[in-house]
Design a protein. Structure first.
Length: 104
């Protein structure tokens, strides 16, 4: 059984026991988080009806807070001596999927 969930403006395919990195959530490690589902696949049955999916929740436990890879942003204009350098590291939260409520 797996589900498609929306977290941080992105969609992720998750199953019970999966660990995934999502955009930063202000929750302490060890606490639980609940995601809304977009699609649930249980064996042969695929559920995408919004009325049924209102009751389906995906529960996850926060494992850790990390930072992503460094991104270097360069700005340059030709023949003017204009150069700017900027770095960025996106903050992530690692979560472990603990349960997916059934759609029935």
């Amino acid at each position: 059984m797996y589900a498609i969930v929306r977290a941080g403006g992105r969609q992720h395919k998750v199953a019970v026991g999966d660990v995934l990195e999502i955009d930063r959530v202000d929750v302490k490690p060890g606490d639980s988080v609940e995601f809304s589902t977009i699609l649930v696949v249980d064996g042969d049955a695929v559920t995408s009806d919004p009325w049924v999916l209102d009751g389906v929740k995906v529960h996850a436990e926060v494992v850790d807070h990390t930072k992503g890879e460094k991104i270097v942003i360069l700005r340059y204009k030709n023949k003017t001596g204009y150069r700017r350098r900027q770095g960025h590291r996106q903050r992530h939260t690692a979560v472990r999927i603990t349960s997916i409520d059934s759609a029935k």
